[in-house]
Design a protein around this ligand. Structure first.
Ligand code: ARG
Length: 484
């Protein structure tokens, strides 16, 4: 490429994007997010071009040195441009002359931007994965400390059956565990390289796409070049998985808010806020915000889906406006998950108040009906007796009088009175529900052990991916230093 060519290309750029729509066209500011990713992508691409003798080693060295100086100056130091890809190329040309333009041989901004988004997003997904692990760890710790802490369990916000704090905590741990799983599966599809697809139609140059993929720590390439440049299903899938996580976190936040409201737990001051006018207030604001993030995430999914729907192959500029939905969603959901983990880890459970409330609202009624049914009464009849007793005071005497009226005989004719007394006791009621996954401390203890093992396995999986990215970065740095 001659100096004239390069001047011409600058003239062309000015002609096409220098007008009043300049700001509207440009993604340069938003691209700060992928500044580091773009430098990595440039480096891997240039190393591969040199290895393939598409660019000679000396020029590659000059470009790679220039990239170091561009990196040192930071995103803020870039010249203007339509986007970070163009601005970095211009910055390289400013430093070493027209040869800098050889960096863009055998690629397009279309495959470049898709590669950069995936490169950056996998970091963000790993961070969110780590947040899910932290939340699960906090929930396991709550469970371990509260295997025997009875509390009321609710349906329709009304006391329903006694349970334990451990059973409650592990219910969310299980759900967040599925979020970890989902994000790990998503990660596998994010971590594929589109680089080398060029505009969408591949290239005449003898490039090595597998090589750039591996230098960038991707698990492989997206083969079809039209698919590689166009596809954003990875972004939609990630945002959707994040939305599912945010929805789970919002339910957890709501429970904790209700528990704090009922005096069942005290939030740490770090996770509370006060009122500017009412000096006595301690509000669960962090959890209210975490609850609200489900709205951000659903908005991200909606915005992204609407932008992507009906887009034709192969590249359309709409894609530029698709990307920020992903960043906003991942930032919000990652932070909400972290905050929820911190709030759960530092909350103080009021064990005595919880136990005192565990039997409120005749929450042991189902257990008493179960007992009558286990002693031969049809469950429907047992249900009727206990429902009648609920109206008459919800204790042994109430059951006795209901039995007389509904069954025409004393309760003792059907069931051992001591067993009835036990069924009326919240702790005994919980202990008797020891079916798989039930709240009995024995069942929950076994479940906790399995949850901790799975958590450890998942932590290993996340760490493996982190290590793989770090190793790839090290290799890339070593390859680059051979030219610089
Ligand atoms: N800045 C663009 C984006 O974020 C990438 C550049 C592709 N531009 C183009 N005119 N083909 O999607």
């Amino acid at each position: 490429m001659t100096g004239e060519d390069s001047d011409e290309s600058v003239v062309r750029r000015d002609r096409f994007s220098g007008g009043p729509a300049r700001g509207f066209l440009s993604s340069l500011a938003a691209d700060e997010r992928i500044f580091a990713a773009d430098l990595a992508v440039d480096r891997a691409h240039v190393v591969m071009l040199a290895e393939r003798d598409i660019v000679d080693a000396e020029v590659a060295g000059a470009i790679l040195s220039a990239l170091e100086s561009v990196e040192a100056d930071g995103h803020g130091g870039l010249p203007g441009g339509e986007d970070v890809h163009e601005a970095i190329e211009t910055a390289v040309i400013e430093r070493i002359g027209p040869d800098g333009g050889k960096m863009h041989t055998a690629r397009s901004r279309n495959d470049e931007v898709a590669t950069c988004i995936r490169h950056r997003l996998r970091e963000d997904v790993l961070e969110t994965l780590e947040a899910t692990l932290a939340l699960r760890e906090a929930l396991c710790a709550v469970a371990a400390a509260n295997l025997e802490t009875t509390m009321p369990g609710y349906t329709h916000l009304q006391p329903a059956q006694p349970t334990t704090v451990a059973h409650w905590a592990l219910s969310y741990e299980a759900a967040i565990g599925r979020d970890t799983e989902r994000l790990l599966e998503t990660y596998a599809r994010v971590n594929r390289s589109p680089l080398g697809a060029a505009a969408f139609a591949g290239t005449t140059f003898d490039i090595d796409r597998e090589r750039t993929a591996s230098l960038l720590g991707f698990d492989g390439v997206l083969e079809n070049s039209m698919d590689a440049a166009s596809a954003r299903d990875f972004a939609l899938e990630t945002t959707s998985a994040l939305s599912v996580l945010a929805t789970t976190v919002s339910g957890l936040a709501e429970d904790v808010i209700l528990f704090a409201n009922r005096g069942f737990l005290d939030l740490a001051d770090d996770y509370s806020s006060t009122s500017s006018i009412m000096p006595q207030k301690k509000n669960p604001d962090t959890l209210e915000l975490a609850r609200a993030v489900a709205g951000d995430a659903a908005g991200g999914v909606g915005g992204l889906t609407t932008t992507l729907k009906g887009l034709p192959r192969a590249y359309n500029r709409d894609l530029q406006r698709a990307t920020p939905h992903v960043w906003r969603t991942v930032d919000a959901v990652s932070e909400a998950t972290r905050v929820a983990a911190g709030a759960v880890a530092t909350a103080d459970w009021n064990v005595d108040d919880l136990a005192a409330e565990a039997g409120a609202g005749f929450s042991t009624a189902t257990g008493v009906a179960d007992l009558l049914a286990a002693n031969g009464l049809p469950f429907r009849t047992a249900h009727e007796v206990v429902a009648e007793a609920a109206e008459r005071g919800a204790d042994y005497d109430a059951l006795e009088s209901a039995a007389q009226d509904v069954l025409g005989d004393s309760l003792a004719a059907f069931v051992d009175p001591a067993a009835v007394e036990a069924a009326l006791d919240p702790a005994a009621s919980v202990a008797s529900r020891d079916s798989l996954g039930g709240p009995a401390p024995t069942a929950v203890e076994a479940a906790l052990e399995r949850a901790e093992t799975t958590l450890e396995t998942d932590s290993g999986r996340v760490a493996e991916r982190r290590d793989a990215l770090a190793a790839a970065l090290e290799t890339l740095e070593a390859e680059v230093s051979a030219y610089v």
